[in-house]
Design a protein around this ligand. Structure first.
Ligand code: ZN
Length: 371
């Protein structure tokens, strides 16, 4: 399978653009931004010096990022690109461009927590070397002070490693568990077990958080539950599409635009059909893609008489009719995506997020694909 070109999509819903780290875009989920604001505001209220506390938070943030870079680095060694890293309050989430084989998943999952263990060991070694005292008692660590900032960072990394190694989705430990289980069981059964562990973990965390009472645990539990549910939905999608070629799900009846058409022509087509993405042709050859959002943006910026050839997307997702649907699911995971299905130079069909979810729904109700 070859995913030739991935268009410059707008990223996962509810996230904002952060920055690039070694070529991987890092996006911030809105709940993560809320957490940062919360931490800053509560810190303003407290009396202690802010500088060491701020350094500690920045250090912890950097540790989480390095953890994700660990996943990305090992992924790259298997030839898997990381398409984005999303920062959630419970940590980062790396999106890989394709579905991983169990052996790949095992190594990639282990790499993250390993980074935290190494960071922690490095900080402890540094403290030892500099003859700094390392607090051992919990009571000396709980309250942030200038003196214990470094030790808190070292212990923080151990906590990150331990939390991520919990054998439940969406933690790395859940991925490790799934990879190991799938050696002895069918893969979707392994996935269901890891997802079930995730939901159980979330429920226990929430109950403990309510009884303790530790509201922050309830907050974390919410994300663990969401992540576990998302993983099992993704696994269900993979089971329903595994071994089915792209041509079985693609749209075969569609309209195209000519490169000489104007945005007005495109807008009329948008109105008179239910189609939202239009391949732009030059004779028999596809030269671009014009989607609904781009069309509206161009209409506002350039007016109705501009040519579609001047505004169309030249950088679109290409699929071959024989590609395995389960392998292209990750690249179709964003709402409003459209891929062109082409056999050599010939355009055969379109695959959109909408018709893909239609296809999944029909499969769930027992429809056999026409291959
Ligand atoms: Zn991780």
């Amino acid at each position: 399978m070859e995913i030739a070109r991935v268009s410059n999509h707008s990223g996962t819903a509810g996230t904002m653009r952060g920055f690039n780290l070694f070529g991987v875009p890092v996006r911030l989920h809105f709940t993560f931004v809320l957490l940062v604001i919360f931490l800053v505001v509560t810190d303003l209220g407290s009396g202690h010096t802010s500088s060491s506390y701020a350094l500690f938070l920045v250090g912890l943030f950097a540790s989480v990022l390095l953890h994700e870079m660990g996943h990305a680095f090992v992924g790259r060694r298997f030839g898997v690109r990381t398409t984005e890293i999303i920062m959630f309050p419970i940590g980062g989430l790396s999106r890989m461009e394709r579905v991983l084989r169990p052996s790949e998943e095992l190594s990639i999952a282990v790499a993250g927590p390993l980074v935290n263990i190494l960071l922690s060991a490095g900080i402890f070694l540094y403290m030892f070397y500099m003859h700094l005292s390392v607090p051992i008692k919990m009571a000396d660590l709980i309250q942030p002070t200038d003196a214990n900032a470094l030790a808190r960072l070292a212990y923080g990394n151990l906590v990150l490693a331990a939390f991520n190694l919990l054998p439940a989705f969406p933690m790395d430990g859940g991925r490790i568990l799934r990879a190991l289980l799938s050696l002895i069981r069918p893969e979707d059964q392994a996935t269901r077990t890891a997802a079930w562990m995730g939901r159980m973990l979330a429920i226990s965390m929430a109950l403990y958080g309510l009884l303790a009472p530790q509201p922050v645990l309830v907050f974390f539990a919410f994300f663990v539950y969401l992540g576990a549910a998302q993983e099992s939905a993704a696994a269900m999608g993979r089971t329903l599409t595994h071994g089915i070629p792209v041509r079985a799900a693609m749209i075969t009846q569609f309209h195209t635009l000519d490169h000489g058409n104007t945005i007005r022509d495109a807008a009329n087509l948008l109105l008179s059909t239910s189609q939202e993405d239009f391949p732009v042709m030059h004779g028999e050859q596809v030269v671009g893609l014009l989607g609904r959002n781009l069309l509206l943006k161009s209409l506002a910026a350039e007016g109705p008489d501009a040519y579609v050839a001047g505004v169309m997307d030249r950088d679109f997702l290409l699929l071959e009719p024989g590609d395995d649907l389960s392998m292209v699911l990750p690249s179709m995971a964003h709402a409003g995506r459209c891929a062109l299905v082409m056999d050599d130079e010939k355009l055969l069909g379109l695959l959109t997020t909408d018709n893909l979810s239609e296809f999944l729904l029909l499969r769930r109700f027992g429809m056999e694909p026409v291959v």
